[in-house]
Design a protein around this ligand. Structure first.
Ligand SMILES: Nc1ncnc2c1ncn2[C@@H]1O[C@H](COP(=O)(O)OP(=O)(O)OP(=O)(O)O)[C@@H](O)[C@H]1O
Ligand SMILES: O=P(O)(O)OC[C@H]1O[C@H](OP(=O)(O)OP(=O)(O)O)[C@H](O)[C@@H]1O
Ligand SMILES: [Mg+2]
Length: 283
C-alpha cells in the first residue's frame, strides 16, 4: 500500500470497504490484516511496481502511470508484474505542457529542446515515436515551475483538474496517456488463492461504486423496450405484479447513466422508478 500521498487515502478506503481490516500504528510501515493471511507493507507509491516485480511484495496498489514508468508494465508473458484490476479511482492524464503563449505546435517541435519531468522513461518513448530527441531533466516534483525557472522549455507531468497548469500559465500541447489507480500482482506471487480473494473482494467494491440498483414497474407489453434502456449486467430480473398486465424490474445501471435511463423509462410509461445505492456486490 502507498505509505502517504493521495493514493494512500484512496487505497485505505478501498481496502476497508472490501472488508480487509488492519490497524496501522503511528504511521508504521507494517500491518497485519485480521482474519486473512495478508501482511501489508507501506511503501512509496512509485517504488511499488519495482518491489512487486522484484518479488518483495506479492500485490500492490499504485498508479498505472508509475507501472508504465517502471518499465515492468508491458503486458506480455515475460513481464514480472501483471495488472489485476483497474480500481476506477485516481484518474489522471500525463501530458506535454508548454507556456500559454508558446508557439510549439506538436511534440516534434520539441526536438533538441529541454523537457522537465518525473516520467523520463515514458516521455522518452513518446518523443522517440514522434521523431523528437529532447534533453530530459529528471525531477521528482514541482515540475510546473521549471519553465519559469528557466530549467526547461516544456514539461511532462500529470494533469487532473488542470488547476496547477492554469496557476503556472501553462497549457497542454499533447496528451501522452490516461491513467488510474491499479492493483498489480507479481508473477511469482506466493499465494495466488489469497490474491484471487483480494481481487474478488475489491471487484465487489469497485463495481458497486460504479453501479446503482434501479427498480421500476412497467407494462409487460413494454418490457422489450424497457430492457433495451436498462439491459443490466446479464439481464434484468423480472417479477410479476398482482395486475398481470404489469411487471416489476430490478436491474443494475451505471450510476452516471441512471438519470438518463429514468427519464427514458418514465417516457415509456414506467412507474415507481427507484434508484438504490449498492455498497458491495458479487456478480
Ligand atoms: N492530480 C494528480 N496529481 C498527481 N498524481 C495523481 C493525481 N491524480 C491521481 N494521481 C495518481 O497518484 C499517483 C501519485 O500518488 P502518491 O501516493 O505519490 O501521491 P502524491 O500526493 O503525489 O504524493 P507526493 O506528495 O509524494 O507527490 C500518481 O502517480 C497518479 O497515479
Ligand atoms: O491538474 P491538477 O488537479 O492541478 O493536478 C496535477 C498536479 O498534482 C500533482 O502534484 P502533487 O500535488 O502531487 O505535487 P508534487 O508535484 O509535489 O508531486 C501533479 O504533479 C500536478 O502538479
Ligand atoms: Mg505528487
Amino acid at each position: 500500500m502507498p505509505s502517504k500521498g493521495r493514493l494512500s487515502e484512496i487505497a485505505e478506503e478501498l481496502l476497508s470497504q472490501a472488508g480487509l481490516k488492519y490497524r496501522r500504528q503511528n504511521r508504521g510501515l507494517f500491518a497485519r490484516v485480521s482474519g486473512l493471511p495478508i501482511d501489508i507493507i507501506f511503501l512509496r507509491t512509485d517504488d511499488i511496481p519495482t518491489l512487486c516485480a522484484e518479488g518483495a511484495i506479492d500485490m500492490g496498489v499504485t498508479g498505472s502511470d508509475l507501472v508504465e514508468e517502471s518499465g515492468y508494465g508491458v503486458s506480455d508473458n515475460a513481464s514480472p508484474i501483471e495488472t489485476r484490476m483497474q480500481l476506477g479511482v485516481g484518474r489522471c492524464r500525463l501530458a506535454i505542457c508548454i507556456p500559454d503563449d508558446s508557439e510549439f505546435k506538436s511534440a516534434k517541435d520539441l526536438d533538441t529542446k529541454r523537457i522537465a519531468t518525473s516520467f523520463p522513461t515514458v516521455t522518452k518513448t513518446y518523443l522517440a515515436a514522434h521523431h523528437a530527441t529532447s534533453h530530459l531533466v529528471s525531477l521528482s516534483g514541482s515540475v510546473e515551475v521549471m519553465i519559469g525557472l528557466g530549467v526547461a522549455d516544456a514539461i511532462v507531468d500529470l494533469v487532473e483538474t488542470g488547476s496547477t497548469l492554469a496557476a503556472n500559465r501553462l497549457r497542454i500541447l499533447e496528451e501522452i496517456g490516461s491513467y488510474e489507480t491499479v492493483l498489480i500482482q507479481g508473477k511469482n506471487c506466493r499465494d495466488k488463492e489469497t490474491a484471487d480473494r483480494v481481487v474478488r473482494r475489491l471487484e465487489g467494491v469497485v463495481i458497486a461504486r460504479d453501479y446503482s440498483l434501479l427498480e421500476y414497474n412497467i407494462l409487460r407489453s413494454k418490457l422489450a423496450a424497457a430492457e433495451a434502456i436498462t439491459p443490466g449486467f446479464n439481464s434484468p430480473t423480472v417479477n410479476s405484479l398482482e395486475d398481470s398486465d404489469w411487471c416489476s424490474i430490478r436491474v443494475m445501471v451505471k450510476r452516471k447513466e441512471v438519470i438518463d435511463a429514468m427519464e427514458k423509462l418514465e417516457a415509456l410509461g414506467a412507474s415507481a422508478i427507484m434508484e438504490t445505492a449498492i455498497s458491495n456486490c458479487r456478480l
